[in-house]
Write a protein that binds this ligand. Structure first.
Ligand SMILES: Nc1ncnc2c1ncn2[C@@H]1O[C@H](COP(=O)(O)OP(=O)(O)O)[C@@H](O)[C@H]1O
Ligand SMILES: [Mg+2]
Length: 413
């Protein structure tokens, strides 16, 4: 099988790494890829339209395409490929609205009877201000459209709420603040069934102890103990399967990766949002923990066959993100990175995210999140130790990373 990966971050490097180990894969290509992916795949420049992606896939005789980021899905890359008879894993443009519009998603949760935070949706700032009386603080304010992780504000008072409303624009979701533990629940669907991945937890905030600004994600871990089997069943029966059923009923069946961002509240799991693709950095951890043939799984789903059975999950794993100085506001680019082979000898997989080769061939930082150091272990504690001993080998001036990835899991058990 010749596989094309769309994207060029840590998530896509993890996919390439896992796919490269499948005996079914004869060639791997990536658009645009990154220097880490380039060690496993042929990297090609990023096409500028969904039509150009389809041309590229046809020209390179690609058997199967997998899409990392949300933007091409929301732009309709899956519809375009299917019109051209090209196999691709992902949701159609209509199904991608689950992530592309938070207002659509909230109204969808209501139609499907899926548990979620109580909310109102607004179309003008005046309307949003008027609804402030319906909520107490903290109040969660979400911009309707894709915002690359910058579209949600948790306002502590009226002043913060009003300035967030100004900044986020008129189309908003205002919703009640939920207390609990956040879990990323990801599955792969052929439209009716869901192949469930192991649960993961992301660490969104920049600083240890969940302090500081929100980021794209500073680390993740994967451990089956994050959810009990009763909780798993409840999430499948009350959230994931009803979502797939409602999408079919509305004539827009959901195919591809469905990622529920959940809050495990005192009254059960509630959906904060759906993403229509894999998470970053959850994928780095999932790919290190997954033991099946990922290419086979993707191929089954792309053919509409139901991915059956329970997945083969091996040991727990931990991914620690190394970010550039100044991230998330103004990440320093061009910083020299060394120590990758030492980190790999220490037992970790080093996934590239924001890296680049300089003119003189040195690996340098080229984005906010630079590397994802990912390691498995027989226990979560061991995985954490393995990941951090590899992290200590990486040298980059001004590097920022959290020292407590997976700590919230370890505290619980
Ligand atoms: N209703 C809520 N109650 C408490 N925290 C929330 C709520 N909704 C979102 N959050 C917090 O804000 C983060 C971002 O919200 P989310 O809906 O996932 O949007 P996005 O990922 O598009 O920024 C969540 O990961 C969670 O930490
Ligand atoms: Mg989210």
């Amino acid at each position: 099988m010749r596989i094309l990966i769309v994207g060029g971050g840590g998530r896509e490097h993890a996919l390439a790494w896992r796919l490269a180990q499948s005996p079914r894969v004869s060639a791997l290509l990536a658009c645009p890829g990154n220097p880490g992916i380039a060690q496993l795949a042929t990297c090609l420049p990023q096409p500028d339209s969904t039509a150009a992606y389809a041309d590229l896939a046809a020209a390179h005789r690609i058997d199967l395409t997998i899409v990392g980021p949300e933007a091409p899905l929301v732009d309709g890359i899956v519809d375009r490929f299917r019109q051209r008879g090209l196999k691709i894993v992902g949701p159609t443009q209509a199904a991608a609205r689950l992530e592309g519009s938070k207002i659509f998603a909230k109204q969808f949760f209501d139609r499907a009877g899926i548990p979620t935070a109580w909310s109102v949706q607004t179309g003008t700032t005046a309307e949003a201000v008027h609804h402030l009386k319906d909520f107490s603080f903290p109040l969660v304010i979400k911009a309707d459209g894709l915002a690359a992780g910058k579209g949600v504000v948790i306002a502590q008072n009226r002043g913060e709420a009003e300035s967030a409303m100004e900044r986020l624009g008129p189309a908003l979701v205002l919703e009640e603040f939920l207390e609990g533990e956040e879990v990323s629940f990801i599955g792969l669907s052929n439209g009716s069934l869901l192949f469930r991945f192991a649960p993961t937890q992301d660490h969104k905030r920049l600083i240890d102890g969940d302090h500081g600004p929100n980021t794209g994600g500073m680390g993740a871990y994967c451990d089956n103990r994050i959810l009990t089997s009763a909780q798993n069943d409840e999430i499948m029966d009350r959230i994931m399967l009803p979502a797939l059923g409602q999408m079919r009923k509305e004539g827009t069946p959901f195919t591809g990766f469905l990622y529920a961002g959940l809050m495990m509240t005192a009254t059960g799991p509630k959906v904060l949002e759906f993403n229509v693709r894999l998470g970053d950095p959850e994928t780095q951890s999932l790919m290190v923990s997954y033991r099946g043939d990922f290419a086979e799984l993707l191929d089954l789903v792309a053919n509409g066959t139901s991915p059956m059975g329970e997945p083969a999950w091996a040991d727990p794993s931990v991914c620690v993100v190394i970010a550039a100085e100044g991230y998330p506001d103004k990440p320093a680019t061009g910083r020299v990175i060394t120590g990758i082979s030492e980190a790999e000898r220490a037992g970790a997989v080093v996934f590239h995210a924001g890296t680049q080769l300089s003119a003189d061939g040195q690996l340098v930082s080229a984005g906010g999140r630079v590397l994802g150091i990912t390691a498995a272990g027989e226990t979560l504690e061991q995985a954490q130790q393995n990941a951090y001993s590899a992290v200590s080998k990486i040298k980059m001036e001004g590097a920022q990373y959290r020292r407590d990835i997976a700590q919230k899991g370890l505290r619980r058990w």
